[in-house]
Design a protein around this ligand. Sequence first.
Ligand code: NAD
Ligand code: TYD
Length: 381
Amino acid sequence: MPATVLTPNLLTQTMTSSQPTIPSRGPRRLLVTGGAGFIASNFVHHWIERYPGDRVVVLDALTYAGNRSSLAAVEHHPNFRFVHGNICDRPLVDSLLEEEMIDTVAHFAAESHVDRSILGPAAFVQTNVVGTFTLLEAFRQQWEKRGKPMSDRFLHVSTDEVYGSLGPDDPAFTETTPYAPNSPYSASKAGSDHLARAYFHTYHMPTVITNCSNNYGPFHFPEKLIPLMCINILLGKPLPVYGDGQNVRDWLFVRDHCSALEVVLHKAPPGETYNIGGNNEVKNIDLVHQLCDLMDELAPDLPVRPSRQLITFVKDRPGHDRRYAINATKIRTELGWTPSETLETGLRKTVEWYLTHRHWWQPLLSSEYQAYYQQVYATTP
Ligand code: NAD
Ligand code: TYD
């Protein structure tokens, strides 16, 4: 059945079969941190399309990973506001929460790339741990002032990487899998998850935590595996595969992550944690093969064809987690969420997007990015 969205928030909505009915509620006032980044910019588009009557305030420091042009389509929406600032800046966060009467925080802002966390972990501790703490404290103060409404939400968006690495036959991560982070990135995210959890248990503040698998889709910064491969194929550059290419990741199309966060915001009880994943476990080398084949099919004039010729095995990432896999049974059975895209349909959409959005990714290949690239791929031709 097609989506017929009536008056968002006020009436029950009829949606596609994969999206459950959301209970009615008055308009929300959201603070979206890291809204110029990959997942949060998709989330902002998703939310404004679905709930144009809600207030959406983005707070983003515009680090190398933040890109204002990812928000161009909503920039002039009357209920949208962009604020350039840091989540560690407590006076700024306090004033935003107060003047915008924020009742919902969707916290995405983070340093998010494992390779960068190996090169420079300090920024990860600062933004991911101290920044999350700053937001939690500021929100607690406002929430208490406003009489502790239990309909408020502090959504802490996290990763499956906090659970560590799986062996080939281990069962997928569930919400009760013990934390065992292996990189400075995942360790800093684990620290922030524990803080969000503690704010519910100690202060009864309505936090919810989500741990999602690897995302892919539009507006993904070129340093991550899927956009990096798409762009290097288009430029005829080597495709660097770490180690033996047998590491496994569980991929989810970014808009499916956004729809999961939507149901969590609307339906999850305070204090809960949900794993989010698409049940798409793939070895890196198989994924790269799929991307090469899709590019060969869809791109009219590639510099090197077939693009599989560009695959180059390079030195492995230190401490490289072997396998991630998400068991998403809890969000499916308790909240009724399932993804809409298969890996095949999602990858096709993603490749098509990179083909038609050169104007978005080309400026990101700056001299700063080239310097980072040289450092990580020192041995790549
Ligand atoms: P991203 O790196 O693309 O974007 C991060 C955004 O946060 C950028 O816009 C950046 O400018 C902003 N930012 C960084 N430090 C900031 C600070 N101190 N103050 C304000 N803004 C700051 O990240 P992403 O891949 O979109 O990930 C978003 C969130 O989702 C992260 O918390 C990440 O841990 C989590 N997550 C990501 C994935 C994935 O596959 N990418 C999977 C699961 C969970
Ligand atoms: P990445 O997109 O960095 O996500 P994460 O490390 O958070 O899972 O990497 C996905 C997988 O791809 C991971 O196993 C590392 C591997 N990888 C490569 O083989 N080559 C690359 O150039 C990159 C960036 C990643």
